[in-house]
Design a protein around this ligand. Structure first.
Ligand code: SF4
Ligand code: SF4
Length: 381
């Protein structure tokens, strides 16, 4: 006689997935078309059918720390072919969103970032930090905040770079710490699940082997190779790549100017022909175009579920690029006051990017990379 299996269903989990974009997952009747249709699903224990079953039964422990859900690139091929309209691609996206939420600390901040009503409050936090710190320093004779300079040759004439750095560096460091805590639990859970499912027989994770697996999958990520294996939403690959490389470009630019200022004590302003400024301008332009393409793609796909998380990310990326470029354009056109205000708003978005990324959809980049490295490490193809 078959062994009895007690299903400990978490109804609240099903409802939360529904709120994150998986509202149709319970329509699934387990035909397995999705797993056959998916161009990147492995041959053994393929996804997303088994995840659709686990999610619709409310089996949270089968979804949290599940490395397979991160192999999906939400191309939508399976959703197009699903005979029940269960939208497995969107359901997997909801499961990934849930994982980000689950591994983020503190939970209260994660909840706030997922709540559109809290957006004004979240954006007000960096504004208050910049203003309060700038005004307090003024009391001590340090004039690092000046919204009405007589003339401006660069943005540091309104908000000094040192003021920006002493606000951004701890925020960035805090985000790294949140990611580190989340990833530690995430990797441990993935490994426990993989052992339980028989996907690996390695009892402990070897950090050096994991590092080598990470290096091996980086070209796949940098070229978005998995994305290009899909047919339904392949055009999204270009927009994704533009945003990814823009962020890498802006990260390099920030690093260069940080080193110039803090290590080599080469104070700005830097000339317009400086190659680092060229990288900054090209990256900002590419960020705006990439985000606009993502927006166009989402608006065109009426059958695809788009929630607040999707709009938040696209809006933030667009706002970052636009305010960065407009700060410079307004200053070059002689609108110094306007440029100062736009720069202030730009810094609010930059701070939000650092502080809220571990709780937002952008965290996919970190969790997906880790999960892909883990799958490579255990040899899951
Ligand atoms: S999600 Fe759709 S295609 Fe996949 S098993 Fe369920 S009903 Fe079939
Ligand atoms: S959305 Fe694309 S990658 Fe994800 S499971 Fe469906 S077919 Fe596979």
């Amino acid at each position: 006689m078959a062994e009895a299996y007690h299903v400990d269903s978490d109804v609240g989990f099903i409802n939360e997935l529904a709120g994150l974009g998986g509202e149709d997952l319970k329509k699934c009747f387990q035909c397995a078309t999705c797993s056959v249709a998916c161009p990147i699903s492995p041959d053994t224990r393929p996804f997303p059918r088994k995840e659709m079953l686990a999610a619709s039964w409310g089996l949270k422990d089968k979804i949290v720390g599940n490395p397979d859900i991160w192999l999906c690139h939400n191309c939508g091929d399976c959703s197009t072919l699903c005979p029940r309209g269960a939208k497995p691609g969107d359901a997997l996206m909801a499961m990934r969103n849930y994982n980000i939420f689950e591994y983020a600390t503190p939970k209260a901040l994660a909840k706030a970032v997922a709540d559109p009503k809290k957006l004004p409050l979240l954006l007000a936090i960096p504004a208050v930090i910049i203003l309060v710190l700038g005004l307090v320093l003024k009391l001590f004779g340090v004039n690092w905040l000046n919204f009405a300079p007589h003339e401006a040759v660069w943005q540091a004439d309104y908000i000094n770079n040192y003021l920006v750095d002493i606000i951004m560096i701890p925020t960035f460091t805090g985000a790294i710490a949140v990611f580190a805590l989340g990833l530690k639990r995430f990797v441990a859970d993935m490994h426990a699940n993989a052992l339980a499912d028989g996907k690996t027989d390695k009892q402990a994770i070897d950090p050096a082997g994991f590092g080598r697996a990470l290096l091996r999958i980086l070209p796949t990520i940098m070229k978005h190779e998995k994305f290009n294996e899909c047919s339904e939403n392949r055009d999204r690959s270009t927009a994704h790549l533009m945003v990814l490389y823009s962020f890498i470009g802006l990260f390099i630019v920030t690093g260069c100017f940080f080193l110039a200022e803090w290590v080599f004590h080469i104070e700005g302003p830097y000339t317009q022909v400086n190659p680092v400024k060229w990288i900054a301008n090209i990256s900002a332009l590419s960020l705006i175009i990439g985000a606009a393409l993502l927006l166009k793609n989402r608006l065109a796909k009426e059958d695809q579920v788009s929630g607040y998380w999707d709009w938040y990310l696209i809006g933030l990326v667009l706002a970052l690029g636009a305010t960065g470029l407009l700060t410079e354009m307004a200053r070059l056109a002689g609108f110094v006051g306007l440029s100062a205000v736009i720069y202030f708003v730009h810094l609010m978005f930059v701070w939000s990017l650092f502080a809220y990324t571990p709780f937002s959809k952008l965290a996919h980049l970190v969790y997906r990379t880790t999960a892909m490295a883990y799958n490579e490490y255990i040899g899951r193809k």
